[in-house]
Design a protein around this ligand. Structure first.
Ligand code: B12
Ligand code: SF4
Length: 462
């Protein structure tokens, strides 16, 4: 079967998208032909001027959401529609899949509609994080209420998409909801139940960047994934729940993937897209030692949790292996809040990790969550104080200026009473116990937080 995999704007244009590159490799290994179409990059590259390109700045995200997202989509429509038309004409796909993120819903929906206009019989499948929590109650799918979409894949795409493609190949149309999917059949939204996961990540073929040459992106770097899932279960985060049991590739396989990136695509910079690269310290140590042993001239960065057992020696080894930046989820400078979040870490651990990183020259890019449901004003001030005290160690500070969100898939969302969330109307509209941390208060806190970080002279990503 010929499968077209599309990424619509907006997502990062720094590196090629790993999701469609991984799915393409898997499908080709299973005998199908694929084409990856990065309309996100194309729209960025062909945007008329510098002003339009600013839509890809992190602080422009609201331009891609809701009604504003539709306006932005019409602005770029000549580029997007032409890109899709050319691929449909030239590749003649038998099924098309869209890779979704919160920031490309409007553009993906418009392109799905266009695909159906071009070829009404072409099945359209949606996958990616916004689909993971779709119709959790087993009822109507949000996406399938939109006519052009025929199927939704939740969480891991490899098994479910292949099963859908094979059903199509066998029957000439989608006839069943395979595990991990919701399919519209005879007007009903039929659920296939929990999806199958790739049990051994080493079984994944090397990602296929053939149609996504890294040299076309802003940084000549490749995304790489060493693990799926997380060993922690912080109350505000959905990631561990989505991916199920924490799984990792063997360190030898990860290093092979880097070597392949160097040899096949001429890249020596890698961005780990794991939820965290230090879920298993022995595996991380083994990977870093293997890079050093093989003398690979690479640099890499990745998300990490504040791990109390990451000592000076571990940081020195990471630096020798080429680690240039760790994105650390510190979240709060208050131990009370960290306990409420079930982070399993303390502010003292964060201090130690920041010092080790600074000492060896690994940049600490830090994430913060302002206005957690139980955060008091005193806790908030403790966070500001922590930042002031450690400003020399904080390479970058990232925080949502609107404050903490209660996201589908997180424990705060599935059991709000238990975790002190009141009046949950939307992910950004809720309050803490007794009206604490209302939306207005969170915005105030978020706004002042950003100013404070600026006064401290610390770089902010958005
Ligand atoms: C790495 C990462 C980033 C990096 C990307 C680096 C890079 N060079 O690629 C950076 C730092 C840039 C980033 C930024 C942001 N990110 Co981010 N990021 C991630 C992270 C950790 C991994 C994404 C990834 O590449 N995964 C690896 C691939 C293989 O997995 P995948 O994309 O999920 O694809 C699989 C399935 O989803 C599915 N699938 C995907 N597409 C398709 C398509 C079809 C047809 C099918 C069938 C299946 C399918 O199959 C794939 C293989 O199994 C995820 C969290 C996570 N652990 O998943 C958050 C995540 C994607 N980010 C998120 C957010 C919110 C953001 C920001 C908006 C944050 C912010 N406020 O600034 C920005 C937006 C950036 C932008 N410009 O638009 C959210 C998205 C939420 C949502 N509902 O969409 C996530 C899920 C985190 C979270 N817990 O909420 N991010
Ligand atoms: S916030 Fe980070 S450490 Fe906590 S569960 Fe999510 S991915 Fe894991």
């Amino acid at each position: 079967m010929r499968v077209l995999l599309v990424l619509a704007p907006e997502w990062t244009v720094e590196t090629p998208p790993l999701a469609i590159a991984s799915l393409a490799a898997w499908l080709e290994q299973h005998g199908h032909t694929t084409r990856c179409l990065d309309l996100n990059l194309r729209a960025y590259r062909e945007s008329p001027d510098h002003q339009a390109r600013r839509l890809w700045d992190l602080h422009s995200q609201s331009q891609w959401l809701d009604e504003q997202g539709k306006k932005t989509c019409s602005l770029l429509w000549p580029i997007l529609s032409r890109g899709l038309e050319e691929a449909v004409e030239d590749f003649a796909p038998e099924i098309v899949g869209f890779s979704l993120f919160a920031t490309n819903l409007a553009t993906s929906m418009a392109l799905a509609e266009h695909a159906k206009k071009l070829r009404p019989e072409l099945p359209v499948v949606f996958g990616g994080p916004p689909c993971h929590s779709d119709a959790e109650d087993g009822g109507q799918s949000y996406f399938l209420c939109f006519d052009p979409i025929d199927a939704v894949v939740k969480v891991e795409g490899e098994m479910a998409l292949t099963a859908l493609v094979e059903d199509l190949a066998a029957n000439g149309r989608l006839t069943r909801a395979v595990p991990g999917s919701i399919v519209r059949l005879g007007g009903a939204h039929v659920h296939g139940g929990e999806g199958d996961k790739v049990a051994r990540l080493d079984a994944l073929p090397l990602p296929l960047f053939r149609d996504l040459p890294p040299g076309n992106y802003l940084r000549k770097a490749l995304p790489i994934q060493g693990s799926r899932g997380c060993v922690a279960r912080c109350t505000y985060c959905a990631e561990a729940g989505w991916w199920g049991q924490y799984r990792y590739k063997t360190p030898a396989r990860v290093v092979d993937e880097m070597r392949d990136g160097m040899e096949r695509y001429g890249v020596r910079s890698f961005v780990f897209v794991d939820s965290l690269i230090n879920g298993s310290l022995p595996k991380l140590r083994e990977m870093a030692s293997e890079i050093v042993r093989q003398g690979l001239d690479v640099e890499f960065e990745g998300n990490a949790r504040v791990h109390p057992q990451m000592d000076a020696e571990m940081f020195a080894l990471l630096k020798r292996a080429g680690c240039r930046q760790l994105k650390l989820g510190i979240e709060s400078g208050s131990d009370e809040v960290l306990r409420a979040m079930k982070k399993g870490t303390r502010t003292a651990d964060a201090m130690q990790v920041l010092r080790h990183a600074k000492h060896v020259g690994i940049e600490a890019s830090t994430d913060w969550l302002v206005g957690y449901p139980t955060e008091t004003w005193r806790n908030y001030l403790e966070t500001l104080w922590f930042i002031a005290k450690h400003r020399d160690y904080l390479g970058v500070v990232n925080a949502n200026p609107d404050g903490a969100a209660v996201l589908p898939g997180a424990r705060l969302h599935s059991n709000p009473e238990k975790w002190s969330v009141d009046d949950l109307r939307s992910h950004s509209d809720w309050s803490g116990p007794g009206g604490m941390n209302s939306r207005r208060v969170r915005r105030l806190k978020g706004h002042f937080f950003k100013r404070w970080v600026r006064w401290m002279g610390i770089h902010q990503a958005n």
